[in-house]
Design a protein around this ligand. Structure first.
Ligand code: 5GP
Ligand code: MG
Ligand code: MG
Length: 184
């Protein structure tokens, strides 16, 4: 990987650019096989899933449609509550569509389980989930994530779409931030 200047703000690189690329390729091959002959609709969740969507969608061989939602989870501080507000809805109807939600990371999974239920209630033919990262707490929620990139430890990570105070989304790797970033 070409070093990016902000790499100095990292304590650890958990997942390299090459590892992300390779894993997304594997998942794309699986999704191509699972959805062969079906009309796949990828639903990206803004803003975190922008990078995953861009690379994953291009790793697919089939002509998938892309749409986006932005949601905000009510709750205090950094814990999501599961009460969700739609900030930007899908442009197109999902009635009868095979939907694959594309997510950056599953932590509590509360936002995601709301989203899955919401898209099912609109009459999607199927709703599955692909997440680049999954944290251990996700096991507590009964949302079935069909495709997972990497299981990671319970640490706050940034990069590849994931932010700290809206920054570091453009980092090419996934990593943890150095102490000096939080204290400055
Ligand atoms: P959940 O509802 O699963 O608890 O919340 C998932 C959302 O919380 C993710 O889409 C992401 O925006 C945020 N999130 C959870 N864990 C992390 C993390 O380690 N780093 C960052 N930057 N965001 C996270
Ligand atoms: Mg997300
Ligand atoms: Mg965030």
């Amino acid at each position: 990987m070409d070093a990016q200047d902000m790499g100095r703000d990292l304590a650890d690189v958990l997942i390299s650019e090459e590892e992300i690329r390779a894993r997304l390729g594997e998942i794309a091959a699986q999704v191509d096989a699972d959805y062969a002959g079906r009309d796949l609709l990828l639903v990206g969740v803004l803003k975190g899933a922008v990078m995953v969507m861009a690379d994953f969608a291009r790793a697919l061989h089939g002509p998938a449609e892309m749409d986006w939602m932005a949601v905000s989870s009510y709750g205090s501080g950094t814990k999501s509550s599961g009460v969700v507000r739609i900030l930007k809805d899908l442009d197109r109807d999902v009635l009868g569509r095979d939907v694959l939600i594309v997510e950056d990371i599953i932590d509590s999974g509360l936002t995601l389980s709301w989203l899955v239920a919401n898209l099912r209630s609109r009459g999607a033919a199927s709703v599955e989930v692909m997440a680049l990262l999954r944290k251990p707490d996700a096991a507590k929620v009964t949302v079935d994530v069909k495709y997972v990139g990497f299981d990671i430890p319970n640490a706050f990570v940034v990069g590849y779409g994931l932010d700290f105070a809206e920054r570091y989304r453009n980092l090419r790797v996934v990593g943890t931030l150095a102490e000096h970033v939080y204290s400055s």
